[in-house]
Design a protein around this ligand. Structure first.
Ligand SMILES: NC(=O)c1ccc[n+]([C@@H]2O[C@H](COP(=O)([O-])OP(=O)(O)OC[C@H]3O[C@@H](n4cnc5c(N)ncnc54)[C@H](O)[C@@H]3O)[C@@H](O)[C@H]2O)c1
Length: 263
């Protein structure tokens, strides 16, 4: 039996690194994106590492196209959807009022509605695949609202909440729903981004770091499995921030975030 993984936003960055890593692990990989030129490059690279899979156009904001691609992928993968990775996302940094309203709205369309589309339309395929896992790309900005990333951070709180809720709700169907909380990753998304927290914390993670953490989270070691971990902070800094927010009083968490964001 070959396991299969469907990745949105797979053409570049974390999605691409994850597609290649899962391909090397023997998964049948589906990588989807609006960037077809980069998907073609990825397709060649998947084959070059001896992997198998398909790539195709997908705009995650279009629920009908999501259904179409999922149906095609499910058939090509031999009637399985083992892992769904809701990865496509946008990030706009800057003062909230300086970013045009339609740019904020587009970020919500992709980061929020795109994830809802993926979850809703994939459900029948996940339900019929024993041991299916959903990995949503949240962010360390889902730990505390981030200055200069207010709207982005809010979209990632949405991802965090829907992950927690469906992790509970879909347990009865044997579907595990988890999310990743990386801090800044060196991809196109963060290129040229300069905020208080990129300044204080730096951009230290690589797309490959996140891919490895996704793979480990999909197949966790026994202790983690027993603990039913839902959120996976990635990197030392995100782990420290997540632990700090959980164990510190609210005023201290706010103060730390204010200082880190240079506000
Ligand atoms: N880079 C970071 O610092 C960081 C940190 C934490 C979480 N994340 C999250 O990880 C995910 C991937 O980020 P990345 O750093 O690889 O970004 P990236 O910009 O390198 O890649 C994002 C991909 O999503 C695709 N995309 C955008 N809109 C789309 C749409 N409507 N439909 C389908 N595909 C679309 C883009 O074409 C691109 O290939 C995002 O959800 C992001 O929010 C990133």
């Amino acid at each position: 039996m070959t396991r299969s993984v469907f990745i949105t936003g797979g053409a570049t960055g974390i999605g691409r690194a994850t597609a290649l890593l899962f391909a090397r692990q023997g998964y049948f990989v589906g990588a989807y994106d609006i960037d077809e030129a980069r998907l073609d490059i990825l397709n060649g690279d998947i084959k070059a590492v001896g992997g198998r899979g398909v790539v195709g156009h997908l705009d995650v904001t279009d629920a009908d196209e999501v259904s179409q691609r999922l149906g095609e992928f499910h058939a090509a993968a031999g009637g399985r959807l083992d892992v769904l990775i809701n990865n496509a996302g946008l990030l706009n940094a800057g003062r909230f009022e300086d970013i045009p309203l339609d740019v904020h709205r587009r970020e919500i369309e992709v980061n929020v509605k795109g994830v809802v589309n993926g979850l809703h339309r994939a459900f029948p395929f996940l339900k019929s695949t024993p041991g299916a896992v959903v990995v949503n790309l949240a962010s360390a900005s889902a730990i505390y609202g981030q200055a200069e990333l207010a709207n982005y951070s809010a979209t990632k709180f949405f991802v965090r909440a829907i992950t927690e809720a469906l992790n509970l709700e879909w347990g009865r169907h044997g579907i595990r729903v988890i999310d990743m909380w990386p801090l800044y990753v060196n991809t196109a998304m963060t290129r040229g981004v300069k905020t208080g927290t990129t300044d204080s914390l730096g951009i230290r993670l690589t797309a490959e770091d996140i891919a490895e953490n996704i793979l480990a989270a999909v197949d966790p070691a026994l202790p983690r499995k027993a603990l039913r971990q839902v959120h996976f902070p990635v990197g030392v800094q995100a782990k420290a921030l997540a632990a700090g927010a959980r164990f510190s009083p609210a005023w201290l968490t706010r103060l730390v975030n204010k200082r880190l964001a240079h506000q």
